[in-house]
Design a protein around this ligand. Structure first.
Ligand code: GAR
Length: 197
């Protein structure tokens, strides 16, 4: 059974979707929920559900990202993850960390990559007049929101969509896509998944 550490910075709804799926014949189980924020909603939920939690506050490290990442790795040792899932983890990771976890770390991003790396993806899709939008799960490399795509889910943008309504619908798709990809990834199957909502 593969051990999965899930990194969150916020509410952790994707983390919950992953955890909820890791039962029965799933090839993986959660070993820890990790955050840079002690007050992340995902940390509270994990504690309430008997999952080990790790908090490494990034603020004492200032600009020293490598030192923050060394602390993350040190805190992970006892949990011995085979796989890291980034699920709304809002710290950029340096090449030192991504190289260490290369091939073992995946991320979900709320756009149809390679479109709209970075922030404000829903507003940018609307601004561009895109008729379809969605989310992507990809392997994490040193480049932000880059790396081999493992799955994409898309939906139609509606005429009266706002960034918020679009974000909410995409988030529901994320909750389908991410568990579907993790199931395959944890079984060493990197065949791309495509979902249409
Ligand atoms: C999700 O929409 C995820 O795709 C996005 O943050 C949200 C986290 O929600 N991630 C990024 O923007 C990464 N740059 P959640 O905490 O409820 O899963």
């Amino acid at each position: 059974t593969r051990r999965v550490a899930i990194f969150v910075s916020g509410g952790g709804s994707n983390m919950r979707a992953l955890v909820d799926d890791m039962t029965g014949d799933h090839p993986a189980r959660p070993c820890a929920v990790v955050s840079n924020k002690a007050d992340a909603g995902g940390i509270k939920w994990a504690q309430d559900h008997g999952i080990a939690t790790v908090v490494v506050d990034h603020r004492p490290y200032g600009e020293d990202r490598a030192a923050f990442e060394d602390a993350l790795n040190a805190a992970l040792v006892t949990h011995a993850p085979d796989i890291i899932c980034l699920a709304g983890f809002m710290r950029k990771l340096t090449g030192g960390f991504t190289d260490h976890w290369a091939g073992r770390m995946i991320n979900i991003h709320p756009s149809l990559l390679p479109k709209y790396r970075g922030l404000h993806t829903h507003a940018r899709a609307l601004e561009a007049g895109d008729t379809r939008h969605g989310c992507t799960v990809h392997e994490v490399t040193a480049e932000l929101d880059d790396g081999p795509v493992l799955g994409q889910a898309s939906l139609a943008v509606l005429p009266d969509d706002t960034a918020d309504t679009l974000a909410a619908r995409v988030l529901m798709l994320e909750h389908q896509l991410y568990p579907a990809v993790l199931r395959r990834f944890a079984a060493d199957d990197r065949q791309r998944i495509t979902l249409e909502g």
